[in-house]
Design a binder for this molecule. Structure first.
Ligand SMILES: NC(=O)c1ccc[n+]([C@@H]2O[C@H](COP(=O)([O-])OP(=O)(O)OC[C@H]3O[C@@H](n4cnc5c(N)ncnc54)[C@H](O)[C@@H]3O)[C@@H](O)[C@H]2O)c1
Length: 251
């Protein structure tokens, strides 16, 4: 067990798979007590069990981040079980396909509710607890789709662009509470979210070509960026984004 997060208590949302799972496991390995949050009970319980098997500390809390009562319950569970809250990693997210004409109102609302409102709700309830703990770090998984446009995912692009701006707004408002707020903008990462499109050979080739480093990302590539932002090593870093995209947006 290493100790970059020794003594800290962290919530990771969307920790039942992909990037969230990798981050929860890494945070625990670095000494944090981790609240694994997801609305997928099976995936969430699996992540918590993986951490426990590796002798880390974790609990699973079933929560839909787009629900105010679930967000409140999630923060309360962290404090009840581990005594305080230092780190919130807002990572839960979904994608729905369609340009602005094709996108249904239902899909638009769901994407905005989870990707953007969910991060706000969890932060809303986490910030007072972090303030009590003497400060903390909030990390938001945005996307390079919040910096540059991607075809046919209008709601997703809007949600991630909004999340980047929310990151800056919260960084400004809560610096006085010693709370830092940063975002990560991943490029294409091999997770459940991209599995479907990466099965298509032509799409896969296109994505590999656009990723100048010559490979797609692994969940751990993003988890390590989150670890840096969660730890005190980034104590002078707030209101910014780390782009971890293998060079997708350099040209
Ligand atoms: N995979 C990529 O290429 C990529 C690129 C950029 C950004 N991202 C972002 O990374 C984050 C993690 O995605 P991933 O790639 O690991 O995908 P994933 O589908 O493997 O993981 C997402 C997790 O979030 C959970 N989740 C979804 N809605 C939720 C809700 N309302 N409440 C609680 N949990 C919920 C899911 O159950 C799942 O476990 C997302 O915010 C996504 O937008 C992913």
């Amino acid at each position: 067990m290493a100790n970059r997060l020794k003594g800290k208590v962290a919530i990771v949302t969307g920790a039942g798979s992909g990037i969230g799972r990798a981050a929860a496991i890494l945070f625990a390995k670095e000494g944090a007590k981790v609240v694994v949050a997801d609305y997928d009970e099976k995936g969430g319980r699996e992540t918590a069990a993986m951490i426990s098997r590796a002798k880390g500390k974790a609990i699973f809390v079933k929560a839909d981040v787009s629900s105010s009562s679930d967000a409140k319950k999630l923060v309360a569970a962290a404090v009840k079980n581990f005594g305080k809250l230092n780190i919130l990693y807002n990572n839960a997210g979904i994608v729905r396909w369609g340009n602005a004409v094709e996108c249904t109102e239902e899909d638009w609302n769901r994407v905005i509710d989870i990707n953007m409102k969910g991060a706000w709700l969890c932060s809303k309830y986490a910030i007072p607890e972090m303030t009590k703990a003497g400060g903390g770090s909030i990390i938001n998984t945005a996307s390079i789709a919040g910096c540059v446009a991607f075809a046919k995912i209008a709601a997703y692009c809007a949600s991630k662009g909004g999340l980047i701006e929310l990151t800056k707004s919260m960084a400004l408002d809560f610096a006085q509470n010693k709370i830092r707020v940063n975002a990560i903008c991943p490029g294409v990462i091999k997770t459940g979210m991209t599995k479907g499109i990466l099965n298509d050979k032509k799409t896969l080739q296109g994505m590999l070509k656009a990723t100048v480093i010559g490979r797609l990302g692994e969940p751990e590539d993003i988890a390590y960026a989150a670890l840096y932002l969660a730890s005190d090593e980034s104590s002078f870093v707030t209101g910014t984004t780390i782009v971890a995209d293998g060079g997708w947006t350099v040209q």
